[in-house]
Write a protein that binds this ligand. Sequence first.
Ligand code: G3H
Ligand code: 13P
Ligand code: ZN
Length: 330
Amino acid sequence: MVSYKELGLVNSRELFKKAIEGKYAIPAFNFNNMEQMQAIIQACVEESSPVILQVSSGARKYANQTLLRYMAQGAVEYAKELGKLIPIVLHLDHGDSFELCKSCIEYGFSSVMIDGSHFSYDENVALTRKVVEYAHQYDVTVEGELGVLAGIEDDVVAAAHIYTQPEEVEDFVSKTGVDSLAISIGTSHGANKFKPEQCTRNADGVLVPPPLRFDILEAIEKRIPGFPIVLHGSSSVPQQYVETINKYGGKLKDAIGIPEEELRHASQSAVCKINIDSDGRLAMTAAVREVFATSPEKFDPRQYLGPAREELKKLYRHKVVNVLGSAGKA
Ligand code: G3H
Ligand code: 13P
Ligand code: ZN
């Protein structure tokens, strides 16, 4: 067993408290390789933002649990070397069992999500409660989820949103003891969050998706004032990446994300953690495809992963400065 405290990581409790008071959100960026981790740390150190390094169960299998533990420790040391020890959380994204959450805690995670949202309400409560009881012994914070996001989460696919029911949140939070709650108000995972026929066109001809259900968020905030809320599925799917990918041989169709304006608005509420994965995937893929297409003679991975890392860093800096408002809050 290694405690996250020995690795120099922090849990999310204090960060969320400050984020709600300060009306900004902490970025939760998914990673599973070195270049992504370097880009996240470089961007957040340069912008002095706290950060949540987020690992899905698939990412953990891909990267290896032992390597991840040392990468997280490396991230802390790397931030110091770059000149600023920003608060860094290592968080399990969409944990689907007690055993996985326990194992992550034993390998140095400072925060875990137990996602029981696909179970019945009572099963969700029981599973989440069990994880909280274990995690809190080690001062590890726990995120639960109520409501189901449409789209793909690891192997689970939901055809439609099941919005969070505000009348359930007080009971869920008090019975489980969770430290934060992920809710469903219209975001979804992946790069295809809306169908074009669900959208309208603005004056510039840009597709505008249906608005998020801020009425549900407000009703939740009224019932559990000041309680940390999490938004999953919050990539904005920048169209310049989609265009670059398709220009250089990709086949992305109808890729539409959450408008940044809505995320800016959410960041000023009790939403204090915003999950972004797909935008990073798009940035990396666009950069790699461009190198492959325009410089076919290159074959040193540093020649395409280097530009991909630069593009990622640009994206993350943009998010913390212009969308989440976490720059300068470390
Ligand atoms: O919520 C899902 C995250 O984007 C992680 O995706 O399970 O493919 O690593 P993944
Ligand atoms: P996106 O697919 O919108 O990036 O969402 C990521 C996420 O919610 C990870 O848990
Ligand atoms: Zn998610």
